[in-house]
Design a protein around this ligand. Sequence first.
Ligand code: VTB
Ligand code: MG
Ligand code: MG
Length: 321
Amino acid sequence: MDRVLTLEFVRVTETAAVKAGRLMGKGDKMGADQLAVDGMHSILSTVPIDGTVVIGEGEMDEAPMLYIGEKVGAGGTEVDIAVDPLEGTNLTAKGQDGSIAVMAIARKGNLLHAPDMYMEKLCVGPRAKGRIDLTQPVQENLRRIAEGLERGIDDLTVVILDRPRHQEIIDECRSAGARIKLITDGDVSPAVDAGIEGSGVHVLMGIGGAPEGVLAAAALKCLGGDMQARLIPYTDEERKRCWEMGIDDINRVMTLDDLVKGDDCIFSATAITDTPMMRGVQYFGGGARTMSVVMRYKSGTIRFIDTFHRFDKKAKWSIHL
Ligand code: VTB
Ligand code: MG
Ligand code: MG
């Protein structure tokens, strides 16, 4: 993929964020999600790619836009795309930290077609690469991660979704001495942060969405971090979906390269509300300011992009609520 595409993808997540951010705190998660989807969809259609959505808003019959299998782009390199136009709808609806507009792109066939089900994840940064093992107990993983980061377990901050299903791993982290940040939603942003030195997040663990897992994997691959994951189907229907998608050993521990194959991927995210590394969208009379992070695996370059948008210059910013 051409490096010039990198900036094109930032424009896509920026637009989704500026649109959805308008509804911050309004208690309307569906409305915010719809604005993000519209924004992402409209800019994607101008990007010079021949793209197929492989992770999106749902199946064709349930999502009018950015559904799985939808062709997007103005024509060009053949790529597969994973999108979550508004990752953390509740967070945006309540004006809480951690919601982002996010997408990942890879060559055709290189993104795991993760079905909409749960996935167990363990995400770390470059200094803990090669040390994690999802089949080992939490405490053993923390010991190895701390060793990689040359510190004690009590100097690690682990992010975990605050759910009853995580009580056991929360207890294990606590008894190992790790600091914990329990979040109500949105595990993509902290997974990315785990890969960025200085973010204050060292580990993301626990069970969240599988589509979100693939997005996190694309970022961690670009960042040189590491991730292991396992699909957690709860129903026969979900197990069937896995087989249909060509995943036969459902319980297998997947590595970063199983989630995102090849040596060509790009990841872009724009903050809607604040994240540890980025300010959420700020609006001022006639414009908005966004912060994004965009990365490309080939070059390993990570860019934080701080953008001013002028609403009087482009019709695309007008939204009718
Ligand atoms: C997960 C997580 C997401 O929603 O999908 C979660 O990956 C849903 O989990 O980041 P529950 O069913 O336990 O609520 C998010 O937190 C937000 O989309
Ligand atoms: Mg979403
Ligand atoms: Mg999501």
